[in-house]
Design a protein around this ligand. Structure first.
Ligand code: 2HG
Ligand code: ZN
Length: 471
């Protein structure tokens, strides 16, 4: 060990001792295996190097941690399920990771307000279960439901597969408790439906990626379960047909999801154990879910399929006849991320207005074909919301760093295309560390200056998840 690293270690030990003294009951982890485990998210691009991991059990402990951090100039990285895809939960620069793993309970259900108050570390799936126990639903949903946490969903304003009907996470947050950098506790909106009393700091904190404070409690709005539904899978040959199928479906069916993926995505998900839906291969596939409570609604789905077939928009289709069949069709879409993970994919998560999707798709496919001739490029996503995911797979023989350099060059071009189509470089995964360099392409200089200003007001020392969103 060099003299400098010994000095750093001694300084770290001293600040950690100050934390132990201030909070003797706080659980702190410093084992290398824990630092590695809690210091990263699903991006796997940065080597984790946190100072330590704190596992607070109460809001008071989180407040004390924030006060200690501010006194000693230590950066804090909030941590939930660490399923993020943008590096938002990465701790690679001696930060203290604040894991909400122990703050994972349901605190309250209010039947009149139809709200569920939870701690930030609760998994999305546990929220779904808790809502179901009261005959209600929390409608935000996506494939990582079992491992992602509500705190992380709030930090990124998570979207998912039912945004088309229910909107993003921000629509469902009735109240938030936030611990600021100074250790103050803000009780924001307190479950109110109507509140016209100035700036909505709750909404500011949603999607702020932990840069404005630590979410320590959330009151979630719940709603009635949807009517029975069916799932239909379409096989489509032409890119230009995708949004025409969307228009046909939307005009006749009450949609709760409209998702797409390409033949490359199907190839990987089948290789990962999913069931083949059709004998023939098509270039594109659509998975759509819609209300099918009545015979008329079920017939409408068949009519839409026939109409699309007659107009030459689709080649084939499957309509689920049971929950098991619906789940098998969903697996083709929801299993994609996992099926690609071994290929160390470089991910884009972009959006444009729904009306701009056809023109953007044209531009994007030309750009990707031109710039990535040598790579396996997999597209899929929430096309009914204008949100596309692009996963570029790393060839086994290419070094990870070189692969990222190549993908970043193309992302710059993609970002310029998004600017032309008035889109966003991140639809639902957040900016984190991964997309900082592109933020200015789809947010104006004035907006970014104001965002930085807001951040300074909340966190003058810049200790709350620094380096995420912007430097
Ligand atoms: C999804 O829609 C997730 O499945 C993950 O947002 C997307 O892996 C991805 O790029
Ligand atoms: Zn998604």
């Amino acid at each position: 060990m060099t003299e400098t690293s010994e000095r750093i270690d001694a300084a770290s030990a001293k600040v950690l001792n100050a934390l132990r003294l201030a909070l003797p009951s706080l659980r702190l982890l410093t084992d290398p295996a824990d630092l590695e485990h809690y210091g990263r998210d699903w991006t796997r691009r940065w080597a984790p190097a946190p100072l330590a991991i704190a596992l607070p059990a109460s809001i008071e402990e989180v407040q004390a941690i924030a006060r200690w951090a501010s006194a000693h100039g230590i950066a804090l990285v909030p941590s939930g399920g660490r399923t993020g895809l943008s590096g938002g939960a990465v701790a690679a620069r001696g930060e203290l990771v604040v894991s909400f793993e122990r703050m994972n309970r349901v605190l309250d259900f209010n039947a009149v307000d139809r709200t569920l108050t939870v701690q930030p570390g609760i998994a999305l799936e546990a929220v779904h279960k808790a809502a179901a126990e009261h005959g209600l639903i929390y409608p935000v949903d996506f494939a990582a439901r079992g491992s992602c946490s509500i705190g992380g969903n709030i930090a990124t304003n998570a979207g998912g597969i039912r945004v088309i009907r229910y909107g993003n996470t921000r629509e469902w947050i009735a109240g938030l408790k936030l611990v600021t950098a100074s250790g103050d506790l803000l009780d924001l909106n307190r479950g109110l439906i109507k509140n016209s009393s100035g700036y909505d700091l709750r909404q500011l904190a949603i999607g702020a990626e932990g840069t404005l404070g630590l979410v320590v409690e959330a009151t979630l709005r719940l709603t009635d379960p949807p009517p029975p539904s069916q799932v239909m899978l379409f096989a489509v040959s032409e890119m230009a047909a995708l949004m025409r199928v969307f228009a046909a479906c939307r005009s006749r069916l009450n949609l709760s999801a409209f998702e797409f993926f390409t033949d490359r995505a199907l190839h990987h998900v089948l290789a990962h154990g999913a069931q083949k839906p059709f004998d023939d291969v098509s270039k594109y596939y659509i998975v759509t879910e819609f209300d099918a409570a009545t015979e008329a609604q079920q017939q409408a789905a068949i009519d839409v399929f026939e109409q699309c077939l007659n107009e030459g928009l689709v080649n084939d289709g499957v309509l689920s006849q049971s929950e098991a069949q619906a789940a098998a069709l969903w697996r083709l879409r929801e299993g994609i991320t996992e099926s690609l993970a071994a290929h160390q994919p470089y991910k884009n998560d972009v959006s444009v207005r729904i009306s701009a999707v056809p023109a953007f798709l044209e531009d994007m496919s030309a750009l990707l074909a031109r710039e990535y001739p040598q790579f396996d490029v997999v597209w899929f996503g929430h096309i009914g919301d204008g949100n596309l995911h692009i996963n570029v797979l790393k060839p086994a023989e290419l070094a990870a760093a070189e692969f990222v350099v190549q993908c970043e060059r193309v992302t710059k071009l993609l970002s310029a295309a998004l600017a032309r189509h008035a889109g966003s470089i991140s639809a639902e995964h957040g900016i984190g560390l991964v997309k900082k360099a592109y933020l200015a392409d789809t947010r104006s200089t004035e907006e970014i200056a104001l965002m930085r200003g807001v951040r300074r007001v909340f966190d003058p020392q810049g200790l709350m998840n620094p380096g995420k969103l912007f430097d």
